[in-house]
Design a protein around this ligand. Sequence first.
Ligand code: SF4
Ligand code: SF4
Length: 255
Amino acid sequence: MIRMEHLDNLQRVQETFENEAARHNLKGAVGVADFRSVFQTLLPVQQNKLEDFCGRGLPGLLKGGSVISFAYAPPEYAIEAIALRGDDGYDKRSWNIYAREYHRLNRALDATAERLAEEADGIAIPATTEGVGTVGHVEDYNGMVVSHRVAAEQAGIGWRGKNELIVNPTYSCAVRLASVVTNLPLERTPPSDRGCGDCHACLDACSFLRFKDRLDDYREQCRRYIIYLGLDEEICGKCIKACYFDSIYRHRFKL
Ligand code: SF4
Ligand code: SF4
């Protein structure tokens, strides 16, 4: 009987997500992970941030709460527009097509998080890292945002790729994420049993990723490169484009 309630609630969450995706004219995926397990996997500084979101609800969530994890994918043309070359190097005008989609996805994710939180009587954890404050080093982000990747991995949105992004079996790692925490009794969705295998397309596309084991923190090199690019949003995406178009799964991915 209890199981039926969990399944019914999961179906309601999935339907709400599908309605939201249709409203925003986006494709995506939704899943559910165990709150305690997600919390325990986060870095201590991110646990503190999640605690800020949950407030006095934290003890209850740790007892039986869930994290609804969801993703939206950009259209294929936005990924195609990344890092095209013109006569004078990179064509940044076309690259900014991806920047605009990135911004649109963040807005849609934030709105959907609010809608799902309303439906599940939960708390929305927004997608966006836009406008989080001044960052002097990539580690500064750790205390400013909650990593959605941990919840996405545990909820089966995708597996953790060699580029550290979540790789969805349909949309590749070209997905952006947000989450909702809730005490609504919810059936959990299992983690993906797939992985990158022999693929190394993203490593071929980016020397920071290729040599990440030798760098102090490749994410800082990535952050500096993104600032150097100076696009309309703080994005690069070359490793995402490589995953979608060049990986061993390229014939299975479809945006
Ligand atoms: S976003 Fe760009 S710089 Fe950062 S890891 Fe991916 S390809 Fe490398
Ligand atoms: S490009 Fe290949 S190795 Fe990199 S994340 Fe995608 S599937 Fe994994």
